[in-house]
Design a protein around this ligand. Structure first.
Ligand code: NFS
Ligand code: SF4
Length: 663
């Protein structure tokens, strides 16, 4: 309390912006340096109250038609809310909602397409430095695509896989191949409701067509197309991105790393790779280790080259190389504020245009690399896919040349935290079952026995409309306290890393006794970092593996599991949410929900969908309430499975176990 009193007014305000101390320090420094940040802009500009509820249609030039809910609706008196063309509020909110799905699915999937293209070039031996790193995974994918691999060389198989995988984007019919990985019952449900995507691009294009003025004007039909496009992302574009990246760069295995702004080094060249695509950053990793680059850095007075990641690119290279993470989405400007970033290299997605303005106040060079993502005024060094190492070296050279231009405005926060990351589905399998009997059985047994109450996927962004990292951490701590194991990706996983939740020791400190016991026995943290946002597909695969292991029902919707994006902001999060829902998962969002302007649609998303696909949406702003809702759902599923009694006796002996199995 005394400490609380000692805080200046300014510190109190800053602590309302973020719970991350390193970020607080940099927000204060930015103020002193006269730099405007996202936090300032969010304060100065509030969201449009009509748009935030999804009640504004700007689909054609007769609008925008704004349809806010009437202030006081007396029973039965509400006039039908329609736009100029007669579109109802149900149509308008559904249209807006599914267009977010289109944006999100397009982003993940176009990233996936880029990976598939590079994969094929690499398979053909056309990219020096890239090749097949994970042969078993290549063979598995080849089998998924029905390739008869018996008499084929690895190179041939890789080329065939590259061709067939690449064709999934432009396919017109027949259903995406990866959908067949789902539990059979799930596939039946998708067939029953005609939700199987025909081709990745096709579903996104059709969604844009249907949401044009005067086309699909039935909200349920629109949501169904939203599901198709979202499934094309989760089980298509994202899953293929993950699989092909793993084959090219290696499937992650647990690796140590560190995270937060404290990973930056004052006496070294600091390069940040920021965005989502590991294609170039993989080579930047190599370039920073080349002797001629290190010698060049030293010739400019630096002790070495320090590479760090930001956002999902960071997750990718941390998981595969142990490269440290500087921070998550809301820290991208703050990293520059340290004054020691010599170059921030961006590829695609979640890069705020403001980083260019912030960089103007220091010496940082912003370097764009994708022809799809330029920033006015920033330097562009295009990723040359036939020779990525050359591009990477050019970037590293630019950073080194920039080092002597540093200004005196330098301060690096002390905070950094160790992490253990890289829990691919294969790793979990191996860790639990052992090398010779890789299996999910121990996990299933612990869920059935009640040591682990259920599984939660906590994912997604930071959002400047809510306290940075706070909801992620409060929610996740509440879940693990209640013996729910957490699988995490994206900026959520990074929030966990900064708070020490990605360490095995966190189990003893934060987890309930059942979960802690399992984590300690296996040596894993209570929160498993599974990668970037396209890697949410790993969660789908893990959930499927749990179903297939047996004992917990025969569909993903039977599992005691739930998903959440407590601080979401991106359209990609909506796509992810919809593919989880359409795969049978209860999925809750925090901060805001884009359909609350229409009760009928919101009711359908929150309740109606459960009758059809087994999963449903939900919304709460308080993280403890979110956790409670998730646990309630988990308990509901435990009850349906008949394993709700097991939780009363968390520790039980063999006799009790036999008794339980006999039931
Ligand atoms: Ni996911 Fe990763 Fe972060 Fe959100 Fe952006 S970086 S892809 S979209 S903000 S979690
Ligand atoms: Fe208005 Fe209809 Fe045009 Fe939308 S499509 S802006 S509701 S007239």
């Amino acid at each position: 309390m005394a400490d609380e009193m000692k805080k200046t007014k300014e510190e109190k305000v800053n602590s309302l912006l973020t719970v991350c101390e390193a970020s607080q320090e940099m927000i204060e420094k930015a103020k002193a340096d006269g730099v405007s940040l996202i936090f300032d802009r969010a304060e100065a500009m509030k969201p449009c109250p009509i748009g935030v509820e999804g009640s504004c249609c700007r689909t054609c030039a007769m609008g925008p038609c704004r349809l806010p809910a009437p202030k006081k609706k007396a029973e039965g008196e509400e006039k039908k809310r329609v736009g100029v063309c007669g579109a109802t509020i149900e149509t308008i909110t559904a249209r807006n909602f599914v267009r977010m799905i289109a944006g999100g699915s397009a982003s993940h999937s176009d990233h996936g397409r880029g990976v598939a293209e590079v994969f094929l070039l690499a398979a053909k031996g056309e990219i020096p430095g890239y090749g097949v790193k994970d042969v078993p995974k290549l063979l598995q994918l080849a089998l998924d695509f029905g390739i008869d691999i018996e008499d084929m060389e690895i190179e041939e198989i890789a080329i065939k896989v590259g061709e067939l995988a690449g064709a999934e984007w432009g396919k017109q019919e027949g259903g995406l191949v990866m959908m067949k990985r789902a539990p059979l019952k799930r596939q039946e449900i998708w067939r029953k409701y005609d939700l199987i995507p025909r081709g990745i691009d096709r579903e996104i294009v059709e969604l844009m067509h249907r949401t044009h003025m005067g086309v699909d004007q039935d909200y349920k039909n629109l949501i169904a197309q939203g599901s198709r496009a979202a499934l094309a992302d989760g089980w298509g574009g994202s899953m293929l991105a993950t699989e092909l990246q793993d084959i090219l760069f290696g499937t992650p295995v647990p690796i140590k790393g560190s995270i937060n702004l404290g990973v930056l080094k004052e006496d070294e060249i600091n390069i940040i790779v920021h965005g989502h695509d590991p294609l170039l950053s993989e080579m930047v990793v190599v370039a920073t280790q080349e002797p001629d680059m290190i010698a060049f850095a030293k010739s400019k007075g630096a002790k070495g080259i320090n590479l760090a990641g930001m956002c999902c690119t960071a997750n990718e290279i941390l998981m595969r190389h142990g490269i440290p993470i500087a921070g998550n989405f809301l820290q991208q400007e703050l990293a520059i504020v340290t004054g020691v970033i010599d170059a921030m290299v961006v590829d695609v997605q979640c890069e705020m245009q403001s980083i260019h303005d912030v960089a103007q106040c220091y010496h940082t060079e912003i370097i764009t690399t994708s022809p799809k993502a330029k920033i006015s005024g920033a330097r562009h060094i295009q990723f040359e896919e036939h020779n990525p190492l050359e591009t990477a070296k050019e970037i590293v050279r630019a950073a080194i040349e920039n080092f002597p231009k540093r200004t005196s405005k330098i301060k690096i926060p002390g905070q950094k935290c160790d992490t253990v990351v890289g829990f691919a589905h294969e790793t979990i399998n191996y860790l639990l079952g052992g090398m010779f009997r890789a299996s999910y059985k121990p996990l299933n047994d612990n869920i059935i026995g009640g040591r682990i109450r259920g599984i939660a996927g906590v994912v997604g962004c930071n959002n400047a409309r809510t306290v940075h990292d706070q909801a992620h951490l409060t929610l996740i701590k509440e879940l693990i306290k209640n013996d729910v194991i957490v699988l995490s990706t994206g900026c959520s996983a990074m929030a966990c890393g900064k708070a020490g939740l990605l360490l095995p020791e966190a189990a003893a400190q934060y987890a309930g006794s059942g979960l802690a016991e399992v984590c300690e026995a296996v040596g894993i943290p209570p929160v498993l970092h599974m990668g970037s946002c396209v890697d949410n597909s790993r969660i789908l695969i893990a959930a499927t593996a749990v179903v297939k292991e047996g004992g917990l029902g025969d569909d993903i919707s039977d599992l005691p599991a739930a998903g959440c994006a407590p601080e979401w902001m991106s359209e990609k999060a909506v796509a992810i949410g919809q593919y989880f829902v359409a795969s049978g998962v209860y999925t809750i969002f925090g901060t805001t929900f884009p359909t609350v302007g229409c009760d009928v649609l919101t009711e359908y998303l929150f309740k109606g969908l459960e009758q059809e696909v087994g999963g449903m949406w939900d919304f709460a702003t308080d993280p403890i309430e979110m956790a409670k809702k998730m646990i309630t759902h988990i308990d509901k599923k435990r009850k349906a499975l008949g394993i709700d009694k097991a939780r009363e006796r968390v520790l039980y002996d063999m006799a009790m176990r036999r008794e339980l199995e006999a039931v």
